[in-house]
Write a protein that binds this ligand. Structure first.
Ligand code: HEC
Length: 167
């Protein structure tokens, strides 16, 4: 079984957050606010994880365009199984994450890990056109989650979101 950033961490927590929709449960926060409300040390770990993901995405490009499918698979596999947060989290920290992060964040994280798993799979099967497809889907998933949960970090995405909503 593969460990993944948040998913493994949240497997036990999902039932608790799955039914509550947006209603407040003892200090739950709405989308976009949740991450900012995380304690400093958790945000440091999250940011580290994110930079590792970005490094993965950047490294895939030369591997892809030179036909190194195995290398693409290796990188995608690392991204899919990345679990820095889980490795280092104490039970107390896991509880904090559960309280602070919105359900939608966890779902987006799961979707991201699904796509990274697919990228690994199609790279292992040496299907360049599908590698390109899933690489692009992952890029979209990065932007999608940042637009919903990280505009404090990427303000340019906020403008885009506002524009989209005003039409
Ligand atoms: C499930 C949501 C989610 C997904 C998916 C996601 N991110 Fe992020 N990312 C965030 C959040 C939230 C922050 C801001 C963290 C903070 O402010 O503490 C962030 C911040 C970052 C940062 C800035 C880190 C820093 O040093 O401040 C980078 C780089 C980044 N993400 C890259 C990526 C890449 C590349 C992908 C896709 C491969 C990705 N992210 C997918 C939620 C996500």
């Amino acid at each position: 079984m593969r460990s993944i950033v948040f998913v493994v961490l949240f497997i036990g927590l999902l039932p608790a957050v799955s039914y509550g929709k947006e209603e407040a449960r003892g200090g739950d926060l709405v989308d976009g606010v949740g991450v900012e409300a995380l304690p400093h040390e958790l945000r440091v770990l999250l940011a580290e994880e994110m930079r590792a993901l970005q490094q993965g995405m950047v490294s895939i490009i030369p591997a892809y365009l030179s036909g190194e499918w195995d290398e693409v698979a290796t990188i995608a596999g690392k991204m899919e199984r990345s679990y820095i947060l889980k490795q280092r989290l104490t039970k107390e920290q896991a509880k904090v994450l559960k309280r602070v992060l919105p359900r939608a964040f966890i779902q987006r994280d799961q979707q991201f890990h699904y796509l990274a798993g697919m990228l690994e799979h199609v790279a292992k099967n040496r299907k360049p056109e599908l590698i390109n497809f899933y690489f692009s889907e992952i890029n979209a998933a990065c932007v999608e989650c940042h637009t919903a949960h990280a505009t404090h970090r990427f303000p340019a995405l906020k403008q885009k979101e506002v524009e989209a909503h005003s039409h």
